[in-house]
Ligand binder design. Structure first.
Ligand code: SF4
Ligand code: SF4
Length: 356
């Protein structure tokens, strides 16, 4: 009898074979750490070992030549040790303080800004966009690159009241995350159905079951089995599009950007929070998305000016109140900002605190 097939997936890869030897030797035995300058972390072990970590921003979606360049820098300046952070920054580790500045200089020369630590605007985390996913309404990666070009100075300095964590999401329903500022696609019209394709491509019960507001019904169109949408019920979420691409929701004009603020994942000071909508209907305007940048920079400058030290964006708004937030930023407040969906009270877990 042949041996049973073993599972291909083995969980999280073992980090130790690739870890810097000083980090491996002092694993779990660190005395303290500090930040000598933006973009550099300094860790001191109980036994006296020290290690400096230099963090630099990347454009995330990188060609082979850029990756080679980053690796060459590692070979020449950091004994070949690197790691990537979840926000697509690259980190180099060195154990001799005199090697820190030459590494920073080289990264600067090659166009990789050093920063993203402490009270900076760190690299924006984002979803896959046009390159990898089959349902995006925009290119999250492109919007991030364009926006980080505008926020270059805030990445290399630590001058915000507290850290600013931004996210983008290229559809309304899947990946993405809670951010101090979140930039998300927002569809504003129900899907347009290509009835000729539905019967060939879509499993209709699956599509009907997908809709969160029961707006989809089976229908016979031109003698063929298809689907129809009750447009009064449809909330334009786009959940029907992944299982049924003929229900096209992406639209160059009606798929917009919306900006949400005040989300955070940490338990520090206040509990984790969901972000809330502050601006909607912003044009999805590649390749530089200038209208998005304008709103984000406005919110950041008012926050920087008005918040107290250590207040995250959500904590700042909680202190001054939403009406003052809209007054100070000059963003229009409309009836669409009012969250009147009562189902959230019972169906959303509004806190990350673990309950048993
Ligand atoms: S956010 Fe949506 S469109 Fe973007 S990568 Fe995730 S599933 Fe795909
Ligand atoms: S877009 Fe969302 S609400 Fe509208 S029909 Fe599709 S699944 Fe239902």
């Amino acid at each position: 009898m042949s041996a049973p097939r073993m599972p291909d997936e083995c969980g999280v890869p073992d980090p130790f074979p690739y870890m810097h030897p000083t980090m491996k030797e002092n694993f779990g035995d660190w005395k303290y750490h500090d930040r000598p300058r933006p973009g550099v972390l300094h860790h001191v072990a109980n036994g006296g070992d020290q290690i400096w970590t230099v963090r630099a921003g990347t454009q995330r979606q990188m060609d082979l030549y850029t990756i080679r360049k980053l690796c060459d820098i590692a070979d020449e300046f950091a004994d070949g040790f690197v790691r990537f952070t979840i926000r697509s920054n690259i980190e180099y580790m060195v154990t001799d303080e005199s090697r820190v500045q030459p590494l920073i200089d080289k990264l600067g020369e090659e166009g990789f800004p050093v920063g993203g630590t402490g009270n900076s605007v760190s690299m924006i985390s984002h979803t896959q966009g046009w390159l990898h996913c089959d349902i995006p309404g925009t290119d999250a990666s492109g919007a991030v690159k364009a926006l980080m070009d505008e926020l270059y100075d805030e990445f290399t300095k630590e001058e915000m009241p507290n850290r600013v964590r931004m996210t983008t999401s290229c559809c309304q329903i899947n990946c993405g995350g809670q951010g101090d500022i979140a930039i998300n696609i927002q569809h504003t019209k129900p899907p347009k159905i290509n009835h000729d394709l539905v019967a060939n491509v879509c499993e209709r019960p699956t599509v009907v079951a997908r809709c969160p507001v029961a707006a989809i019904r089976p229908a016979l169109v031109n003698g063929k089995p298809s689907l129809e949408i009750d447009e009064k019920k449809c909330v334009c979420c786009g959940a029907c599009f992944p299982p049924c691409p003929p229900m096209q929701i992406n639209d160059p004009e009606h798929s917009k950007f919306a900006i949400w603020i005040g989300g955070k994942n940490s338990n520090a000071r206040t509990k984790p929070t969901f972000h809330k909508l502050v601006a909607a209907g912003i044009p999805n305007n590649p390749p530089r998305w200038p209208e998005v940048a304008e709103v984000v920079k406005n919110i950041l400058s008012v926050y920087k000016e008005d918040a107290k030290d250590y207040e995250r964006i959500g904590e700042w708004v909680d202190r001054i109140g939403w009406s003052r937030f809209f007054e100070k930023t000059g963003l229009p407040f409309t009836k669409y900002h009012i969250d009147n969906w009562r189902g959230a009270r019972t169906s959303l877990n509004a806190s990350a605190h673990i309950r048993f």
